[in-house]
Design a protein. Structure first.
Length: 292
């Protein structure tokens, strides 16, 4: 165990040989780890469990350094399997050692290499855990928004809609992914794809919208700081409609954008920004008609 730890902490990031050496030492320890049990005092956790999980987390990190995302995802799945197989109690203080966190990291690995079905499958597995500290949908939101790539985030979100129930967390996920699409200066096809996701969220009903606002408020309170969400008090239905109008505008669908903004105005939501956007669209439509 000490040799494996020393090899890992001696990695030179620019030298792949040191990374491979660390993987070799970690694997040697993982073979021997179960032999720790007979010589250890019984406790809440088998003596081999936490050192083994720690070694696996380190190994996955090494594999990522080598751009082996499939290997890293497989190792993370082994983290989850090892923890569950030990029958050990989950404790929030274990943080990244918990099975749900391993599934989350595996999902990100798969999503990065363009395998959204496997990524969503990892997230769906969190629902099977006895008592996850965060629901699968929250992990899916974090996974999609951590990618920093709008196209991959949308792919993952479409797949999570197939493998997870559409709930409050999905509403938040779709909102953030749609905003990420706008920020990426997306083309028309990307805008239409994000609009499709927004329509799924809106069609899920007002109950999910209200629950999404409550869930986001809890995250904000737990984090001790405000995540980046402009006009949060307006509610997610309003925020999704405004984002849809912006995407419609970006896609060149001025009449669709105007209809969405008029719906916002009719509901009395985000009136100031809605009036400004409507005026911009009126000017754009008038200019196009004059040019004809």
């Amino acid at each position: 165990m000490n040799l494996a730890g020393a090899a890992y902490h001696s990695i030179t990031p620019s030298d792949n040989n040191t990374i491979r050496t660390a993987i070799d030492e970690l694997d040697r320890f993982l073979v021997l780890a179960p032999d720790m049990a007979p010589a250890s005092t019984p406790g809440a956790y088998p003596a081999w469990l936490l050192p083994s999980v720690n070694a696996l987390v380190w190994k996955a990190d090494c594999q990522r350094r080598l751009d082996d995302r499939i290997g890293a995802a497989s190792t993370e799945l082994r983290v989850a399997t090892t923890f569950v197989a030990a029958g050990a109690p989950a404790d929030q203080r274990l943080g990244g050692f918990l099975p749900e966190e391993a599934y989350y990291r595996a999902a990100v690995d798969y999503a990065i290499i363009g395998r959204p079905a496997e990524a969503a499958g990892c997230l769906a597995s969190i629902r099977l855990l006895p008592n996850p500290f965060r629901p699968a949908g929250q992990h899916a939101w974090n996974a999609a928004t951590s990618l920093g790539d709008a196209a991959k985030a949308r792919q993952l979100t479409h797949e999570t809609l197939r493998q997870l129930p559409l709930d409050d967390w999905t509403v938040i996920q779709i909102y953030y992914v749609a905003r990420l699409t706008r920020g990426s200066e997306a083309d028309t096809a990307a805008c239409l794809d994000a609009i499709d996701l927004i329509n799924h969220a809106i069609a899920s009903g007002e109950t999910n919208m209200i629950a999404a606002s409550a869930a986001f408020a809890r995250v904000k309170q737990q984090a001790g700081r405000a995540p980046d969400l402009q006009d949060q008090d307006a509610g997610f239905h309003a925020l999704l409609l405004r984002t849809r109008s912006e995407l419609e505008f970006d896609a060149g669908d001025l009449h669709g954008a105007r209809a969405t903004l008029q719906e916002l105005a009719t509901r009395g939501w985000l009136l100031e920004s809605t009036a400004t956007a409507l005026e911009r669209i009126r000017s754009r439509i008038n200019a196009e008609e004059r040019n004809r």
